[in-house]
Design a protein around this ligand. Sequence first.
Ligand code: SF4
Ligand code: MG
Length: 466
Amino acid sequence: CGVFGVTGVTDAANFVALGLHALQHRGQEAGGIVSHDPEQGFNSARRFGYVRDNFTKQSLMDTLPGPLAIGHVRYSTAGSKGNTQIRDVQPFFGEFSMGGAAIAHNGNIVNADALRRELIGAGSIFQSSSDSECIIHLMARSLQRKIPERMQDALRRVEGAFSVVAMTRTKLIGVRDPLGVRPLVLGKIGDEGWVLSSETCALDIIGAEVVREVEPGEMVVIENGEVTSHRPFAPQKPRFCIFEHVYFSRPDSILGGRSVYETRRQIGVELAREAPVEADLVCPVPDSGTPAAIGYSQESGIPYAMGIIRNQYMGRTFIEPTEQIRNMGVRLKLNVNRALIRGKRVILVDDSVVRGTTTVKIREMLMDAGAAEVHFRIASPPTAWPCFYGVDTPDREKLLAAQMSPDEMAGYLKVDSLQFITLDGLYRAVGEANGRNPEQPQYCDACFSGDYPVAPSDRIEKGFRT
Ligand code: SF4
Ligand code: MG
């Protein structure tokens, strides 16, 4: 998901709409905005579909007045997967004795089932199937007198990944979980305006300046143009999601001071060193494989070419939640550049192999087009474990890499070769010269290593074994 908030500007909701549009890659199912105006109080709108199809209409934006607003773009990882109801669309809102508050959450709460049972037992009335709604109910039960303190109480009971953007009548609040699994950045706009965003690319679109990242375990509270910083959690060594660098974030964003594009290009360089092969062309699987393919080509000296053309009017395949749509999706989205491919030995670079759907379809399309050889090079290690922290990987049974070795995968996918970057190669590409520290990994890499930095307690209760 993507979260965004702004304060200290006129018509904050318009800025939020633009910010969410720039974060659309983080969630395409639905979006929502809550605004506050001193005269008109809180207002909200939640809609299915793209930001640009909803939050551009003057008639809708006029219902969201005020200098303070937050928003959310949704991609279902918890709750009603593939079956989002409008009641699951964030931001969530609560009325407390001291006033209202709205929250937008990116990440995934791993003890949400247990919390929900406890809260329902104590009388809470849930409105949605979302894990994030727990935060509002935990806030309602807190005895603290101020909303930020209530949020701290609530978030101390929550396990897992959370980057939260919240608002009261006067405050804009940002919080990251102690491991800092998901991104969150603080920006400045104009003389008095402040912005919180999942990624820096959404600051660029509104002309805001990056100030710094909200730190892992930090809560920032912005009121009257002033930012105060709080540390509600016991400090831990951060474990940022390494997959944000590989796939999830936009290449024009800066994560942890590093250009995402440059990291991806460097992954391609590492891949070319680790897994060379003789071929005529290096082609990206667009768009997610593009920077790594550029790096592979630069390092290997094999020409880069657009062997697959992407239809710009389709969204991200992976984010379509049902199997059927995903299966069609590959062909609706990608087509082979036949004139180029015929008779050529082709290296295809993609960011990941999850179920193998994309790889199978692309190999078929390339062979149909007369390719002489098809080699796959993958910009992440084999995805053998599900993510419980906000990226929607399927259960283990559906993960190809959980069922077979890379060599078996190559046979199953009928490609001439298939190689993945090593975990150490990936760490080098994100700037860790000595690779992964096995004693204390610098990132979360659980979907590749099975090393979960936070035990997924709801899943363990249902029989999941790490
Ligand atoms: Fe990111 Fe993978 Fe960790 Fe999920 S399991 S947070 S996708 S690195
Ligand atoms: Mg892709």
